[in-house]
Design a protein around this ligand. Structure first.
Ligand SMILES: [Zn+2]
Length: 311
C-alpha cells in the first residue's frame, strides 16, 4: 500500500485539510503501481520505500533486487500527452514541466550514495514505466529509459526469480524514514470528524452494528474483527505510532463501538498475534506501522469519489 495515498485518503475522509490535486495524483499513480506490482510477483522487490540521503528525500515505487544489480522502477500513470524537445519535457500546450528522466537519474544517484554509505557497491539501473495507454510521449529517445508495461515484461523475464537477498531487502526496510515528511500528526487537529473507515475504500460509510458491517460506498460486507484491526492500523498510521490504548481507538472512531466490544476484539487480535499487550493499558502492533503498510494490500481501488482535478 502506498503510504502517502493512505494518509491522504484517511485525512480527506475525516474532513481534514488535504491538497486534492495531490490526492488525485496519488490515486492515479496507484492504478499504474498495482499493474506493475502484479508483473513483479515472485521476484525480490522492495515497494514504496522512503529514504533520506544527505538531507534529501527519496521515494521509490519499486526496487527490484537482482544478483548483479538493483533496478528502480518509477511508475507514471499520467493522463496527458507530452513532448520532449532537447531533453526538456513539455505539456502539449507548450508549457514546460519537470522531467521524469531527470528525476530517475536523481533517484539512481541517491540510491547509489545511500548504498555506498553502507559499503555496498552494486550497479543501479532504472526505468520509468509509463502505464496509461492513453498518454503519449513525443520525441522520446531510446536512451531515455521510459518504457511501456510490454517492454517491462521483457525486462522482467531476464530477472532471476529464484534469487533472493533478504539481507539487502531488510537493510532497505530498516533504513526507511519512519516519520512521514508528507504529514505531521500535529496537523490532525484539522480533522473535523471522528469516524470509522472502510478498510476497502477508506470512506466513513460503514453501516450496521452486529458482527458484520456494510459499506454504503463500495458495497463490501466486512467482519467487525477486520474492521477493528484496520481502525487500529489507521489510527497508528495517522499518528505515526505503533502503540495505542483502547481509549485512543475509541476516540478515533467517534465512540461507534463500545469499549467492552473493543476489548473483546482486542483479545481476538492478541491471540492472532496481530497486536501485543505491553502493560495493562497499552498495546503495540506486532510490527512497526510503516512495515505493516508496506505489506498491506488494500483490496479494492474502487474509488467512486474520484474527482478530476486538472493536471
Ligand atoms: Zn467501502
Amino acid at each position: 500500500m502506498n503510504r502517502k495515498l493512505m494518509e491522504l485518503e484517511l485525512l480527506n475522509a475525516r474532513g481534514g485539510t488535504v491538497d486534492m490535486k495531490q490526492l488525485d495524483k496519488e490515486r492515479k499513480g496507484d492504478v499504474g503501481e498495482k499493474q506493475v506490482q502484479k508483473m513483479l510477483e515472485g521476484y525480490e522487490v522492495i515497494r514504496d520505500i522512503l529514504l533520506e540521503v544527505g538531507g534529501s528525500y527519496l521515494q521509490l515505487d519499486f526496487l527490484v533486487v537482482c544478483r548483479d544489480r538493483m533496478v528502480i522502477l518509477e511508475v507514471k500513470h499520467h493522463q496527458h500527452d507530452y513532448e520532449i524537445i532537447k531533453g526538456q519535457w513539455h505539456f502539449m500546450d507548450g508549457k514546460s514541466c519537470s522531467s521524469p528522466v531527470q528525476q530517475l537519474e536523481r533517484s539512481k544517484s541517491l540510491v547509489n550514495k545511500w548504498l555506498k554509505k553502507r559499503n555496498i557497491f552494486i550497479r543501479i539501473e532504472g526505468y520509468i514505466v509509463w502505464t496509461n495507454p492513453n498518454s503519449q510521449i513525443y520525441g522520446l529517445q531510446k536512451s531515455d529509459q521510459v518504457i511501456r508495461p510490454g517492454k517491462l515484461g521483457t525486462i522482467i523475464n531476464q530477472f532471476d526469480s529464484h534469487y533472493k537477498n533478504p539481507y539487502l531487502k531488510q537493510l532497505f526496510l530498516d533504513g526507511q524514514i519512519i516519520d512521514s515528511p508528507f504529514y505531521s500528526p500535529q496537523n490532525s487537529s484539522s480533522e473535523s470528524i471522528r469516524a470509522m473507515h472502510c478498510p476497502y475504500c477508506f470512506q466513513t460509510s460503514l453501516e450496521g452494528k452486529r458482527k458484520r458491517m456494510y459499506c454504503t460506498r463500495c458495497s463490501q460486507v466486512i467482519e467487525l474483527k477486520e474492521i477493528i484491526h484496520y481502525q487500529i492500523l489507521f489510527y497508528c498510521a495517522l499518528n505515526q505510532t505503533s502503540t495505542f490504548r483502547v481509549f485512543h481507538i475509541e476516540q478515533f472512531i467517534g465512540n461507534r463501538i463500545s469499549r467492552r466490544t473493543l476489548l473483546t476484539y482486542f483479545k481476538n487480535l492478541l491471540s492472532d498475534q496481530k497486536i501485543i499487550q505491553t502493560n495493562c493499558w497499552t498495546y503495540q502492533l506486532n510490527e512497526p506501522i510503516h512495515l505493516i503498510i508496506n505489506k498491506l494490500e488494500i483490496k479494492s481501488a474502487n474509488f467512486q469519489v474520484i474527482t478530476e482535478v486538472g493536471k
